[in-house]
Design a protein around this ligand. Structure first.
Ligand code: COA
Length: 275
């Protein structure tokens, strides 16, 4: 098992799965500037680490995250605009620019509290699996700010207009079951099954062609904001990029196994990959 060491983030890689955990359990994993710098660096490293095939983002100590650190990220940086700008850039970069377009599949594993700014990594990850008893809260409205960073924008990625307005304007708490019902997350499971469910789900991606996964997820995300003509052009170019990048040559292998060898049916599962 490989590990990366940071002050505020713990990274463990085991059997192809990287677990990147916010590690300020005493502060409910509230996100300080140092945590943002650590996570930004960790995700950049994991993206090119061949041992990490899929990345799980979570929090130590039974909580996902209590959002931005109100003391260290907000109050203490008010009089330090230079550091504030640097910390805000790192915060947006790892929670959105990196995670949303990440080269590898990403899963947010949510337990305990998921509050405010933590919605960004929740929404940027490809999948979110939560404990049924997790607590979600867009708390900003309770204390004089709005869901900033990119939270309000990120909400549009998963939530419908009515739910985005409802939970942002009321600050009402909701649990994992409700989060699944409004499609904020992929699914909710009993808390005792969370780790096992996420591990089994992540294992699927360890076995799949990484370039196909990358092209597919980036294609789906990129065309959301394009018109039909742009999407068509983009997806053609992305398909060519995928074939050029895929050292395994999944396209030709799949066709050969189906058409020539008759050993495989694409409609029923993955082609036989080299060991
Ligand atoms: N920023 C800074 N510190 C925070 C924090 C945050 N967002 N969330 C929790 N902490 C700190 C608390 O100040 C406390 O520190 P202390 O032990 O030095 O006093 C410690 O973490 C434990 O917090 P506590 O409130 O006692 O835990 P709890 O389990 O009773 O409640 C929450 C958990 C998440 C409900 C509560 O901490 C909270 O409301 N946090 C603020 C969440 C928020 O609005 N975030 C939005 C930011 S965008």
């Amino acid at each position: 098992m490989a590990e990366y060491k940071y002050e505020c983030v713990k990274v463990r890689i085991r059997d192809g799965i990287a677990w990147a955990s916010l590690n300020r359990p005493d502060k409910r994993n509230a996100m300080s500037p140092q945590l943002h710098y650590d996570m930004d660096d960790a995700l950049a490293r994991l993206e090119v680490d061949d041992d990490a095939k899929v990345v799980v983002v979570t929090g130590e100590g039974g909580n996902f995250s209590a959002g931005q650190d109100l003391k260290k990220f907000f109050r203490e940086l008010e009089k330090n605009p230079g550091e504030r700008k640097k910390a805000a850039a790192a915060a947006n970069r790892w929670r959105w620019e990196r995670l949303y377009q990440y080269d590898k599949p990403t899963i947010a594993m949510v337990h305990g509290y998921c509050v405010g700014g933590a919605f960004m990594q929740l929404l940027a990850a490809d999948f979110a699996i939560a404990a049924e008893n997790a607590t979600f809260s867009l708390s900003e409205v309770n204390w004089g700010i709005l869901p900033g960073g990119l939270v309000s924008k990120a909400l549009q990625v998963c939530l419908g207009y009515r739910d985005a307005l409802y939970y942002s304007l009321t600050g009402e708490l909701f649990d994992g079951k409700k989060a699944e019902e409004i499609r904020l997350i992929t699914k909710a499971v009993p808390a005792k099954d969370l780790k096992q469910t996420v591990t089994e789900f992540a294992r699927r991606f360890v076995k799949m062609n990484p370039e196909t996964l990358r092209g597919t997820k980036q294609g789906i995300k990129a065309v959301r904001d394009m018109d039909v003509g742009q999407a068509h052009e983009y997806l053609m170019a992305k398909s060519n990029e995928l074939k050029a990048r895929d050292k395994e040559d999944g396209y030709n292998k799949g066709i050969k196994q189906f058409i020539d060898d008759k050993t495989y049916k694409p409609g029923l599962g993955a082609y036989k990959r080299p060991e």
